[in-house]
Write a protein that binds this ligand. Structure first.
Ligand code: PEP
Ligand code: MG
Length: 579
């Protein structure tokens, strides 16, 4: 099946179908005679859940070590808690609730109590409780449990839609690929997959109905292809291909400590895009010179409520300390669009990408925004932090955001809390108006980072996640390239620094072109760091500028793509397109 290439790499593993069933829980009033049966159902389900959790604990202890597996012990302790069982039993006996309803009601009530408490540790217990409740419910109803966090074997996830938070919570050691019916290649699931180095193919309509759970599946995230129920000959061919790719990757590893400089000594920065502090290990492993985009929304995701300033401070500090003095651009919250966070209760919108998102929300909810800015400022005492505002469309927004930043700084100073007073502030250029008015905005910021994912969507009026228009979505479109060139030229004229953190920066085809256009920083997914460094270190600026001039003669995107692929081929670097 052919879909879109969402994250590079190939692999082979069993298909793991995610048919998330919709559980309907009905409230039934039971009779005196039914009490025994319902209690029996309940006790059996609790016992089964306990055994399952013990099994999961043993597996995860093997996989991730005893420390991390401790979480499962906490779950086991909760399910063994006699108070919880008594509460559910009492609802069956005294209120005559059927077992599932009694479980649901008890869990909801208790989770609510936890959620109201300000201590993050206790609040997280609400999530654990809900997890346990869900497990008991599924066991009563006989619904098989798909727990992605603890896999026993390698799998390729196949789902209708795999959400960013579902992937972030999955046992990524065993997730060898992602296949989904929906999703666009610049959706956040795709970005996360690239950061985790997991091949992904999206847009395989009807795959859930045609593929059987457990069939041996091949995924090629470069070509956007998936094959199901493959035979053993195919498996050995694929294994050979995987080995070839591994040896290319091994060879690229030689560049981990090589400076990102062209043959003639022009130095650029190759930085990484991250979503959670745990990504830093892979950033260091791949030799990035900094972090060009920390998507902080992931710090806000998969939890039941807003992270406190303290929790955020801890996450940002962890990243800065991990990067050991290398620059880290922390982007302020970019929620909305395709990044839904349930507890924000954002209204349903006709056009979420054009609606209430990112800086627009932050400027309305000043207290929330200021708490994030304070957390970043406090963390800046532990490394080289930079602040970046997303979705800037006007100078006014920059001024408003900077005003709140000044307030945050003042508050910290009053409390004598240390922070980097010289902290640099920049904006993402991802809305055409910001590119057009870059000269006006440049006066109020230290740097720009071009977000080609959104810039392409807004310039070409094409939804980045909509498959039916994905042919039009291309960041190499001459209109997008002109905007990018304009931003780089203006920023350099005004003595500022311009990076790029959209996916175009990590596309090997575009690297020489962007170098020739004068880009200062390439912020890419961890899987692309060494590929881009390989290209940068193999050319000189004269060649790159020449490529740039040739590209700007084309009036259509296919000619640009063909030409850039030819350039890589001539330089014997075409293989970088296939890993
Ligand atoms: C972008 O729009 O290019 C970008 C990097 O931001 P995000 O993908 O998080 O919207
Ligand atoms: Mg964006």
């Amino acid at each position: 099946m052919q879909g879109s290439a969402a994250s590079p790499g190939i692999s082979v593993a069993k298909a793991y179908l995610i048919h998330e069933p919709h559980i309907t829980i009905e409230h039934k009033e039971i009779s005196q005679e039914q009490i025994r049966d319902e209690l029996d159902l309940l006790h059996k389900a609790i016992e089964k859940s306990k055994l399952q959790l013990e099994e999961v604990y043993h597996i995860s202890k093997e996989n991730i070590g005893e420390d991390k597996a401790e979480i499962m012990m906490a779950h086991i302790a909760m399910i063994e808690d006699p108070v919880l069982a008594k509460e559910i039993e009492s609802k069956v006996m005294n209120q005559r609730f059927n077992a599932v309803w009694a479980v649901k009601e008890t869990i909801d009530e208790q989770a609510k109590i936890f959620e109201m408490i300000d201590d993050p540790y206790i609040r997280e217990r609400a999530e654990d409780l809900k997890d346990i409740g869900n497990r008991i419910l599924k066991n009563i109803l006989g619904i098989p449990f798909k727990d992605l966090s603890n896999m026993i074997e390698d799998v390729i996830l196949v789902g209708e839609e795999i959400s960013p938070s579902m992937l972030a919570a999955a046992d990524t050691k065993h997730v060898k690929g992602i296949i989904s019916e929906g999703g666009g290649i610049t959706s956040h699931t795709a970005i996360l997959a690239r950061n985790m180095d997991i091949p992904a193919v999206f847009g395989l309509k009807g795959v859930l109905n045609t593929v059987k759970d457990g069939v041996l599946t091949y995924i090629d995230g470069n070509a956007g292809v998936a094959e199901f129920d493959i035979d053993s000959q195919k498996v050995s061919e694929i294994r050979k291909k995987i080995n070839e790719q591994m040896s290319i990757k091994e060879k690229l590893k030689e560049l981990v400590n090589t400076p990102s400089s062209t043959i003639d000594g022009h130095v650029v920065e190759i930085a990484a895009n991250i979503g959670v502090p745990e990504d830093v290990a892979r950033v260091i492993e791949n030799g990035a010179e900094g972090i060009g985009l920390f998507r902080t929304e992931f710090v806000y995701m998969h939890r039941s409520g807003m992270p406190t300033e303290e929790e955020q401070f801890f996450s940002y500090k962890q990243v800065l300390q991990g990067m050991n003095g290398k620059p880290v651009i922390i982007r302020t919250l970019d929620v909305g669009g395709d990044k839904e966070i349930p507890y924000f209760n954002l209204p349903k919108e006709e056009n979420p990408f054009l609606g209430f998102r990112a800086i627009r929300i932050c400027l309305e909810d000043k207290d929330m925004f200021k708490a994030q800015l304070r957390a970043i400022l406090r963390a800046s005492a532990y490394g080289k932090a930079r602040i970046m505002y997303p979705m800037i469309s006007s100078v006014d927004e920059v001024l408003a955001a900077n005003k709140i930043l000044e307030e945050a700084k003042r508050e910290l100073k009053e409390k004598k809390i240390e922070f980097d007073e010289q902290i640099q502030v920049g904006v993402m250029v991802e809305i055409p108006s910001a590119a057009i008015n870059a000269d006006m905005i440049a006066k109020h910021v230290d740097f720009f980072s071009i977000g080609t994912n959104d810039l392409t969507q807004y310039t070409l009026a094409v939804d980045r996640g909509n498959r039916s228009v994905s042919k039009i979505y291309n960041s190499l479109n001459p209109a997008v390239l002109r905007l990018i060139q304009g931003v780089i030229d203006i920023s350099h004229k005004m003595g500022k620094f311009t990076g790029m953190c959209g996916e175009l920066a990590g596309d090997p085809k575009a690297a020489i072109l962007l170098l020739g256009m004068g880009l200062d920083e390439f912020s890419v997914s961890t899987a692309s760091i060494l590929k881009i460094r390989k290209i940068i270190t193999s050319v000189d600026m004269k060649f790159a500028k020449n490529v740039r001039d040739e590209v700007f003669k084309f009036t259509d995107v296919s000619s640009v793509e063909r030409y850039l692929a030819d350039v890589l081929k001539e330089r014997n670097m075409e293989y970088l397109l296939n890993i």
